[in-house]
Design a protein around this ligand. Structure first.
Ligand SMILES: [Zn+2]
Ligand SMILES: [Zn+2]
Length: 266
């Protein structure tokens, strides 16, 4: 089974799952390694969640589990860092505080607004809302480069008024191409994220067309993650993920250890 490299536990404000339950679920599914990637989002100014990672407690607990399960599964410690252009230095400082194996950069806020809340698409409508999200990624990439893969590249479409199924990749190809080229030239990667699929989406983020295009443009680094916030979703639809990767021309996928990519045959 493909190793899951995007996982949340109770160290994220939006999950209540114990890390040990996740580890056991991954072992049951036959994974040889996993990576926890709990959230750190600065300037998340909504009262419902506090996405500040208790990184000291996180490392302490995961290091104990890493030793306990050694020989059964390799446990890696990563982080999913929320990126906005003005946060680049703070995120870099944060990452340098601990020896992470893997860093996912994700756009969860557009000028401080979380598209998960209806106000975002109420204000912009689907077309402009989607384009603004991509523009914001592009802007952030000018300032921030201390990451390994960019998370769920077109994730905003999950929250569009017409739903993800109303999203037409070709409409945004100009800007997604620009993003992919920038990521590739910086020596970074993307991920295939199946997290929207247990919420009803029919395809992962980014969509298979973007994954294919990434490969065409010379992209090589691609991790796979279910973005599970509950143990039961670890490795969700990874057979389908494998198919999408093969169809796009990948013969392997990527994992990270000590911030270095390793390529594993599909
Ligand atoms: Zn995310
Ligand atoms: Zn996530």
């Amino acid at each position: 089974m493909i190793c899951d490299f995007h996982i949340h536990s109770y160290f994220s404000a939006d999950s209540e799952e114990k890390p040990e339950n996740i580890i056991n679920a991954a072992i049951d599914k036959g994974m040889s390694a996993i990576c926890f990637t709990d959230h750190q989002d600065f300037d998340y100014n909504y009262p419902d969640f506090d996405f500040t990672l208790d990184y000291a407690g996180y490392f302490e607990e995961l290091r104990v589990l890493k030793a306990k399960y050694s020989g059964k599964i390799d446990i890696h410690i990563g982080v999913e860092a929320g990126i906005e252009p003005h946060l680049a230095d703070r995120v870099t400082d944060f990452i340098n505080k601990k020896p992470y194996d893997f860093v996912i950069a994700s756009t969860h806020l557009v000028n401080g607004v979380d598209p998960w809340y209806p106000e975002y698409f109420d204000r912009y409508g689907d077309d402009e809302g989607i384009r603004k999200y991509f523009e914001y990624i592009l802007e952030g990439l000018k300032y921030f480069s201390d990451f390994d893969v960019y998370g769920h590249l077109d994730y905003v479409v999950r929250y569009a008024k017409n739903g993800a199924n109303g999203y037409i990749y070709a409409k945004y190809k100009d800007i997604t191409d620009e993003i992919l080229k920038l990521i590739i030239s910086a020596g970074k990667g993307i991920e295939l994220n199946t997290g929207g699929m247990y919420k009803g989406m029919s395809t992962p983020n980014p969509c298979p067309e973007i994954i294919k295009r990434y490969r065409e443009l010379g992209g090589e680094i691609i991790t796979v993650g279910a973005d599970a916030h509950k143990a039961e979703y670890i490795g969700y639809k990874f057979d389908y993920a494998k198919q999408i990767l093969s169809d796009a021309g990948f013969g392997y996928y990527t994992v990270f250890k000590n911030r270095s990519p390793e390529f594993i045959k599909l």
